[in-house]
Design a protein around this ligand. Structure first.
Ligand SMILES: C[S@@+](CC[C@H](N)C(=O)[O-])C[C@H]1O[C@@H](n2cnc3c(N)ncnc32)[C@H](O)[C@@H]1O
Length: 253
């Protein structure tokens, strides 16, 4: 049931908001180059609008498979692929917790901001590890647990009780009130590049499932499973947001 709620939530978010290609591509380049993507088979797990699938597909990848549980997101992703006239993408409704692909099927697994929205994030990571070939790389962007997490959770758990139809409106109203605060903290202004404040609020406070971790928890989970960490960013490059951290790691074991 929770999974369906998450899918329906992203049916709203990813049919209204599409991240900008150029800004997102700059962000992608922090982790991958065209050379590294060249000819690779890529899984974009929880692809949302498919923006990262499009970037991989346009910049060398051989075949990109975007999966999501939200049909609305997948429709957005398919039309984005049509817009860019891409023939090497496929978008499928699949659950990260029950991946239908054989072991070691992909060269690259990209999971930006997704495992923490599943009912069992470590099971999701295990599945992503299973379908990644030895020598391949995984990218995980995960929400950071901080001392303020419990406050955000109280607000989120209250707001998700509101009727679903009011969520977009409420996030717009909250954005109106929070805009001066955001303006005041210059750093946050930078974090908004490529995304609207109302979208950030919607994604942050209205999502039905969200888990948080510390970088150490994810680092040791990956290392214990034979991964070498290639890159760690304590904040997200796309929005320079400290709400998530990112690991790029290579499967050696
Ligand atoms: C915050 S969005 C990130 C979208 C995209 N990766 C991006 O960065 O633009 C999280 C996405 O994960 C998807 N998702 C959540 N649980 C999932 C699951 N169990 N299997 C597949 N996708 C899932 C949601 O539907 C949503 O599109």
């Amino acid at each position: 049931m929770n999974k369906e709620k998450v899918g329906k939530f992203y049916d709203v978010v990813w049919t209204e908001y599409i991240p900008e290609y150029e800004k997102t591509k700059n962000h992608w380049n922090i982790f991958y180059s065209e050379k590294e993507a060249e000819g690779k088979s890529v899984l974009d797990a929880g692809c949302g609008t498919g923006i990262f699938s499009i970037i991989f597909a346009k910049n060398g990848a051989g075949k990109v498979t975007g999966i999501d549980i939200s049909e609305g997101s997948l429709e957005t992703a398919r039309s984005l692929a049509d817009k860019f006239d891409l023939k090497n993408t496929e978008f499928r409704k699949e659950d990260m917790l029950a991946l239908p692909f054989s072991d070691e099927y992909f060269d690259i697994v990209w999971a930006w901001g997704t495992v923490h929205h599943t009912t069992d994030p470590f099971k999701a990571i295990d599945n992503l590890i299973r379908v990644l070939r030895k020598g391949g790389s995984i990218l995980l962007a995960v929400y950071t647990r901080t001392r303020l997490t419990f406050i955000h959770e109280i607000i989120r758990k209250t707001l998700v009780l509101m009727p679903r139809k009011s969520w977009t409106f409420l996030s717009k109203v909250m954005a109106l009130f929070l805009a001066p605060v955001v303006f005041f903290f210059k750093k946050r202004e930078k974090s908004r590049q490529g995304e609207k404040l109302e979208e950030l609020i919607l994604d942050w406070y209205f999502v039905p499932i969200r888990h948080y971790y510390t970088p150490d928890e994810i680092r040791s989970y990956l290392e214990e499973r034979g991964f070498e960490i290639e890159k760690f960013l304590p904040a997200s490059g796309r929005f320079n947001s400290t709400s998530n951290f990112i690991f790029k790691a290579r499967k050696t074991g």
